[in-house]
Design a protein around this ligand. Sequence first.
Ligand code: GYE
Length: 331
Amino acid sequence: MRQRSTAKRALAAAMALALLAFPALYGCAPRQEAAPEDAVLLGFSQLGWESAWRIGNSLDIQEAAERAGVQLMFENAQQKQENQISAIRSFIAYQVDVIAFAPIVEYGWDTVLQEAKDAGIPVLLTDRFIVTDDPSLYVGYVGADFLEEGRKAGDYLIEKADREGLTDLKIVELSGTLSSSPMQQRGEGFRAAIAGDARFEIVETMSGDFLRSKGKECMQILLERHEEIDVLYSHNDAMTLGAIEAIEEAGLEPGKDIIIITVDGEQAAIDLLQAGKINCVVECTPMLGDIIMDLAKKLAAGEEIPRVTNPEERAFTEFDEDLMDIAPRGY
Ligand code: GYE
């Protein structure tokens, strides 16, 4: 680990105070206790606050840092790539031991990541992926396998159609933030699963930016535009919750008139699955904090880490025998 300066400590303390000034954003005030002098200093750039998933992810990272005795500089970019780039630059200026960030979109990181590399600071991608010609710009990725999530969504739909003898299913897709890796890969994995099966047709895809409000707006437009919608495939629960409001306001029954498939697995979606208003929830866990802290410590000690770390994830569906026994989700 590199030498820690007093300036770094002062900044980390100032940032902890800044977090305390906005407790509403976190749901509760994060506790930041004095870390030992040799603690690993981790700069983390979170992309925003768009969903319960994201809030759960931020809280988990802060709590895991405390548990692990890692000193965390946590910056929230309010949904703007340029804010993430500035945050990474400030982490470089303060010579943190490790930088981790959740890239809002796939492209546009090479310059700032080259700066981190030149400064000798390892960068860990968390939650979302980037596209770059130079894979040496980051040391690893920890987060979900979004292609697999999309495939699970498609596999559920095939099972549903097989069991109930359904054909000619018109699908609308609510996609996440344009050019983000979960948006790209959840779409791709789903298409790969249903490819070549004449029972399914995606009639329109619209981006709801992973936001509940936009999910509702998009669904209202889709319901007006299409006479027949049999399936909604939504890239996250927040958009799904908004879309369900639109479906109910249109006098339709979600889960029955329209088959609903969603990704994330936040408590509100599991509740609706149990109530029969959602048919399939593909899990994507935001609880990445402990893995991130473990990897950050290894990187700070100069150890190798795996290139990719995917947490275990499953899908919950209306066909599960243990549907009513799902443990509280915590997000
Ligand atoms: O599915 C969504 C969030 O990047 C996996 O971002 C994450 C996604 C998650 O806004 O709810």
